[in-house]
Write a protein that binds this ligand. Sequence first.
Ligand SMILES: NC(=O)c1ccc[n+]([C@@H]2O[C@H](COP(=O)([O-])OP(=O)(O)OC[C@H]3O[C@@H](n4cnc5c(N)ncnc54)[C@H](OP(=O)(O)O)[C@@H]3O)[C@@H](O)[C@H]2O)c1
Length: 222
Amino acid sequence: MLITGAARGLGRELARQYAQQGWQVIACGRAHPAQAFEGRIEFHPLDVADPASILDLATRLGGRPLDVLVNNAAIRSGNPGLYRFAPDEFLKVMRTNTLGPLLLARALRPNLVVGRMGVIANIGSRAGSMAEGLIDDYDDDYAYRCSKAALNMASAQLAQDLRVDGITVLSLHPGWVKTDMGGDQAVLAVEDSARGLRMVIDSATIENSGSFQTLDGTHIGW
Ligand SMILES: NC(=O)c1ccc[n+]([C@@H]2O[C@H](COP(=O)([O-])OP(=O)(O)OC[C@H]3O[C@@H](n4cnc5c(N)ncnc54)[C@H](OP(=O)(O)O)[C@@H]3O)[C@@H](O)[C@H]2O)c1
């Protein structure tokens, strides 16, 4: 199991819980976390916004089998709002939140093929849903919303392309979670979000590949 953006937030908690359950966890991050991981977690440097860093990781892993890839790392834009966002920052968000997960799926496909489960969990957001994203959500972070909407399409296309390998691809909304990104007002503890996501990931089947679900398995409209 490999998790991106695992030095803090939801990625770190997923790594902790999976390791506690006996999984061999490869936790990736831009830099070693300030606080050491508990348990048997192997750290690898990875900047998901840098295609060379993704290829480096794939080279380091070689033909090592991978059961699950969790594309968790993401950023929000520092300047939301129609008249405030900067074009370069918009592209940085897209590069991190959309292109990174897609390149990782491509680079690690051979590892997933030889793994037992073959699951790619793209951590998306309801904020990227055309059908539901604007309901009771007044966030005007264009870059973030667009990056997560585009990640949804990447998940759907990947699900179609990787079905031949028996790889299941999911887009998952973790809920509004108390992390640096979610903030203190968020409603979910990071432990609960990670626990819910694990249940959805662990029960993934090829039949529900290409679906968009919340942490309790409820389907979200695209
Ligand atoms: N929290 C919420 O309420 C919420 C709601 C909906 C969806 N989500 C999604 O859930 C996922 C986790 O979010 P979170 O709340 O845990 O966010 P977070 O607390 O801000 O943590 C983000 C993680 O992503 C990493 N990251 C950012 N850019 C990276 C890059 N270029 N390369 C590698 N790692 C990078 C960060 O590492 P550094 O320490 O190096 O910055 C950090 O470990 C994200 O996909 C987010 O969009 C969160």
